[in-house]
Design a binder for this molecule. Structure first.
Ligand SMILES: Cc1ncc(COP(=O)(O)O)c(C=O)c1O
Length: 443
């Protein structure tokens, strides 16, 4: 392979003669990285075709290497609640950059962000920053096991908790009794430590605890499951999850990587009044920079090194650039105006899509899921995997591409949700609705 490749400039003028630059770049990328990407869903496997190589983002828009603009409802899979390249977040990151971008010492920036969060979210008395949601999940599970002296973890079918080995399992035919590995490369014993329960079924969870309760360290759940479409749970179900978990001396872990700072500043724990023992954040907490965090009751967090025996560390953890960007991002969310604005936009989208043939919209605040099917659509909200129409994935590909042709970028998978940001306008919402009306119009 030639090592003299043409440089890829984000600023190349759109008139450059490269109508198929994404194809050419994808071809090159596949030679040097698995599937040409660094996270699988970006490869468009779920929708077919070649991923568009994006060179920049501003506000609610992405721009590809050929200079085409897209109205973006994927928003980097959730962190960008203020849209791309928000001026405040950018200014904070630029100021941090000028002070040096990795100190590897105690520093005041993570302190400021940690204080900002712990003073506003009472059930997070102490927290530790890491570099991703996955890392935060892995560490929180370790704390739960150390605290309880037990090893099993209960998770729910359809919830995603990053690529932690023990979380890459799904319910087998006997549900909790025989979980199946969801990835190659895992030790089979990994599945033994995970019990998989169905969502929206407190009886099934009680049965699992009745049988394994003494060995269960924690129950982990996305309180707003948003990784298998959007499967909003009843508050009563989440209350039952908390009650049965605690009745058996296990810890309740909320994975709020998507819902944290998104459905409300305090996440779904704040909205529902169900306060977990440990909570996991990611995405919005870093304003689009690589940050994850786990936190909770002080005595649990004091099990973590250097105070306690749970080892967890990170060369790049609490990177000052990311901490300053995260703080600037969260500062904008405290007075509630962003959430009110997002709710207005969400309601507008919901109204505009009501009655469109073959399409349904599920929504929790600014998280939405477009569900398409040729058969009868299920009544919404769908709360469990059983409600997922069999042809939803097959129908989504053509819909995704029809929108892409019209300059609208959704997350490239039927199972991923979409996001609104405060950078979106009414006109942007109307553009999405208009495009969907055009696409679904009977011919
Ligand atoms: C609920 C949830 N937990 C954990 C993760 C993993 O986070 P990351 O991709 O930052 O490792 C994700 C990622 O989308 C997520 O949605």
């Amino acid at each position: 392979m030639s090592t003299r490749q043409r440089p890829i400039s984000a600023d190349e003028p759109p008139s450059a003669p490269h109508a198929d630059r994404s194809e050419a770049l994808f071809e090159r990328a596949r030679r040097v990285s698995p599937g040409g990407v660094h996270s699988p869903v970006r490869a468009f496997r779920g929708v077919g075709g070649t991923p568009r190589f994006m060179s920049s983002g501003a506000g609610a828009r992405l721009r590809d290497v050929e200079g085409r603009e897209y109205l973006d409802f994927c928003l980097a899979f959730g962190p960008l609640i203020l849209g791309h390249a928000d001026a405040d977040v950018r200014a904070a990151a630029e100021a941090a950059l000028s002070r040096g971008w990795s100190l590897g010492t105690a520093e005041p920036y993570s302190l400021e962000l940690a204080e900002f969060i712990t003073t506003r979210i009472p059930w997070v008395q102490s927290l530790r920053f890491v570099n991703s949601g996955t890392e935060a999940v892995m560490s929180a599970l370790r704390v739960a096991r150390a605290a309880s002296g037990r090893s099993k973890i209960v998770k729910f079918e359809g919830c995603y908790h990053g690529h932690v080995d023990s979380m890459l399992v799904r319910a087998g035919s006997g549900l909790a009794e025989a979980p199946q590995l969801d990835s190659a490369g895992l030790a089979p014993e990994v599945a033994q430590e995970t019990l998989v329960a169905p969502l929206d079924d407190s009886g099934a969870l009680e049965a699992i605890f009745a049988r394994h309760g003494e060995r269960i360290a924690a129950t982990i759940i996305e309180p707003v499951p948003a990784n298998y479409g959007l499967l909003p749970q009843r508050v009563e179900f989440l209350q039952a999850v908390a009650a049965v978990t605690r009745a058996h001396g296990a810890l309740l872990i909320f994975d709020e990587v998507i819902s944290g700072f998104r459905v409300a500043f305090q996440g779904y724990a704040g909205l529902s009044g169900i306060h977990p023992d440990l909570v996991i954040y990611g995405k919005i907490i870093g304003g689009g920079f690589p940050v994850g965090a786990y936190g909770g009751r002080r005595e649990l967090m004091e099990l973590v090194a250097p105070v306690g025996p749970v080892y967890q560390a990170g060369t790049l953890s609490a990177n000052p650039l990311a901490m300053c960007a995260g703080l600037a991002n969260l500062r904008r969310l405290t007075d509630g105006s962003v959430y009110r604005r997002l709710e207005e936009l969400g309601e507008r989208l919901q109204r505009a899509l009501t009655g469109l043939p073959g399409i349904a919209l599920a929504r929790v605040g600014s998280i939405f899921w477009l569900l398409s099917s040729r058969s009868a659509l299920p009544p919404l909200p769908v709360r469990t995997l059983k409600g997922f129409p069999v042809d939803a994935a097959a129908c989504f590909g053509p819909l995704f591409h029809a929108l892409l042709e019209r300059g609208i970028y959704l997350s490239p998978s039927a199972f991923e949700v979409g996001f609104l940001s405060s950078a979106h306008t009414e006109a942007d919402i109307d553009a999405l609705a208009r495009a969907l009306r055009e696409i679904t119009r009977p011919r």
